[in-house]
Design a protein. Structure first.
Length: 136
């Protein structure tokens, strides 16, 4: 269980396990036994970025129907498969969306996302936003 800023991980045959308030998380280099560490890294960055972006849009009263996010990762096999770059491609669906306002909102969210800020000096984070107009 995570207490404050401490996470207890328990060794298992094919990786590690931790029990969190939401449930059990299994981590392994083998996808048959748990989430791979790089997947968790990308998911935490993408999840944080999307959550902050959504809050910024809501605070600015930008009306949208849906937000989808594709996260792609580039790794360097010569450096222990180090994550070099993560591209976050947001697709915002709604009515009367303003591309410039979406881009400004994404810039604000980047400054307020703790996960992006934590890795920005070691992993290149590229963010793109695309507006899709829904018919009335």
């Amino acid at each position: 269980m995570m207490d404050g800023n401490t996470m207890k991980l328990i060794l298992k045959d094919e990786g590690m396990r931790t029990d969190l308030s939401y449930g059990e998380l299994n981590i392994s280099g083998n996808e048959e036994y748990g989430f791979r560490p790089f997947q968790l890294m990308v998911a935490s960055i993408a999840g944080c970025s999307a959550g902050v972006f959504r809050k910024v849009l809501e605070k600015q009263r930008v009306e949208f129907e849906d937000i989808q996010l594709d996260a792609s990762v580039e790794r360097n096999p010569k450096e222990a498969n180090r994550i070099e770059k993560i591209t976050l491609h947001f697709v915002v669906k709604g009515h009367r969306l303003n591309q410039e306002k979406l881009e400004k909102s994404l810039a604000v969210s980047r400054k307020n996302c703790s996960m992006v800020r934590s890795v920005e000096n070691s992993i290149q984070i590229e963010e793109k936003v695309e507006a899709i107009e829904l018919s009335m």
